[in-house]
Write a protein that binds this ligand. Structure first.
Ligand code: URA
Length: 441
């Protein structure tokens, strides 16, 4: 078999055999297939797509390219969640402790931010002492005793995705449905949880720009999960504006704490309650409506926050920061962005808002870049909000004065202001399960 023929077949729109897909994954991980052929193959997939059979085969080959985590020594049902990536998405910090506080274990392996999206590991590491690089036995121990842990990938998990994602990132082949589905589901399958809830983001800050595309991605991922015996469901949620008000690592931890205290923004709280309810339902705790009430109760009674503090302490973090987020302090350079006229926020290019935050120091351009934990943006107005001249639209934080001008320009260009109130947008579009698509808006 030759990689050249496989690239040519996909370029010409032919459906690949299982053996051809196996040959690619094995050869690419071993190094016998070079990056330039893998890049050409990804571009062919980008244009020609893959059938569901091809996507499922690619996913399983990738999942089995390295270690498979076996969580069976941890008692009870283990539920995982995964977001397809967005701006201001700090839901894991809120949802994992809520679910764990109700007795359902969450063994979550997360990633770092790249480009305009933030990463859960970077957010948690803004808490002094917090360790995300913990070995498997410590990770299992924390999941067993505390109920939830969030760590970087342990061992040699899905090396095929590590290599392929880095390649896609620099060859403009990230936003391809079969490549996203196989990348996410290979990691979820290898990470070992029994049940998987996917948060498929949709809108200007997401890979999937329309609800139709997001539902299509969710359906493929749900079917892959179900076919390998993992009960899988997905929520399609809005990423046409950032989630919550805070973007940036320590800023997002503080907003997560406020949300666990019952003082978070409505959009963030509602998405977190829905995600927690979805995970609890998958774990067999009750129907969605009962699980929703249970999740809200864990916010009201403070047990979700207690669980978060317990997890932070177990992972070496200073839990005083959870009890008193003012300890984080603020970055040294602050810029208030004020309205120069009156009107409504009509639209946000959420990806550009994420880039503005990265420019301030909250994100990375290249993998090896370091980040400034205190940098970021607090948005005072989002799509649908009214303002009058002089009102504060956003506050920017950075360690370097020189970054503020660029970030302010990117942010102002990303936000469309106008005289008319925009139509309201749904926050949660649909739920996708093996039984079909339930519209929620
Ligand atoms: N998140 C992933 O893990 N992989 C993708 O391809 C896209 C988003």
């Amino acid at each position: 078999m030759r990689m050249y023929d496989i690239i040519e077949a996909k370029r010409d729109g032919r459906e690949l055999t299982d053996e051809e897909i196996d040959f690619f994954v094995k050869g690419y991980v071993e190094g016998s297939i070079p990056d330039y052929q893998a890049a050409a193959f990804c571009m062919a997939i980008y244009y020609r797509g893959m059938s569901e059979r091809e996507t499922a085969r690619l996913t399983l080959d990738m999942a089995h390219s390295g270690d498979m985590v076996d969580l069976s020594s941890i008692p009870g049902v283990k539920v995982d969640k995964h977001s397809t990536g967005g701006v201001g998405d700090k839901t894991t910090l809120i949802v994992a402790p809520i679910v764990a506080s109700l007795g359902v274990r969450v063994a979550k392996m997360s990633g770092r931010g790249l480009g305009h999206t933030g990463g859960t590991l970077d957010k948690l590491e803004s808490i002094p002492g917090f360790q995300t690089a913990i070995d498997e036995s410590r990770f299992f121990d924390i999941v067993s005793t505390v109920g939830c842990a969030v760590a970087g990938q342990t061992g040699n998990l899905v090396p095929a995705d590590k290599k392929l994602y880095a390649l896609r990132d620099v060859t403009a082949t990230v936003d391809s449905l079969p490549l996203i589905a196989s990348s996410i589901m290979s990691k979820k399958i290898a990470a070992g949880s029994d049940k998987i809830l996917l948060d498929v983001k949709c809108g200007s800050g997401a890979f999937m720009k329309t609800p139709k595309d997001a539902v299509a991605l969710a359906q493929v991922m749900v079917r892959i999960g179900e076919n390998v015996g993992r009960t899988t469901a997905a929520l399609i949620t809005n990423m046409d504006r950032p989630l919550g008000h805070c973007i940036g690592n320590a800023l997002e931890v503080q907003e997560a704490v406020r949300t666990l205290q019952g003082e978070g923004p409505d959009d963030l709280t509602d998405v977190c309650v829905e995600l927690a309810a979805g995970m609890l339902e998958l774990a067999g705790v009750g129907d969605v409506s009962a699980c929703r009430s249970a999740a809200r109760e864990q916010i009201a009674n403070g047990k979700g926050l207690d669980k978060f503090a317990e997890m932070v302490a177990a992972q070496g973090g200073d839990a005083r920061y959870v009890r008193d987020p003012k300890l984080f302090g603020t970055d040294s350079c602050v810029r208030e962005v004020r309205a120069t006229s009156s009107g409504w926020v009509r639209r946000m290019d959420t990806e550009r808002v994420g880039i503005a935050s990265a420019v301030l120091g909250a994100g990375r351009e290249r993998k090896e870049d370091s980040i400034d934990p205190l940098a970021g943006i607090v948005l005072e107005r989002k799509t649908g909000d009214e303002f009058i001249e002089g009102d504060l639209l956003a506050t920017l934080y950075s360690a370097e004065e020189s970054r503020l001008d660029d970030a302010e320009k990117i942010l102002r260009d990303a936000v469309e202001l106008g005289d008319e109130r925009p139509d309201p947008e749904p926050l949660i579009y649909a739920r996708v399960t093996r039984d079909g698509v339930e519209r929620l808006s």
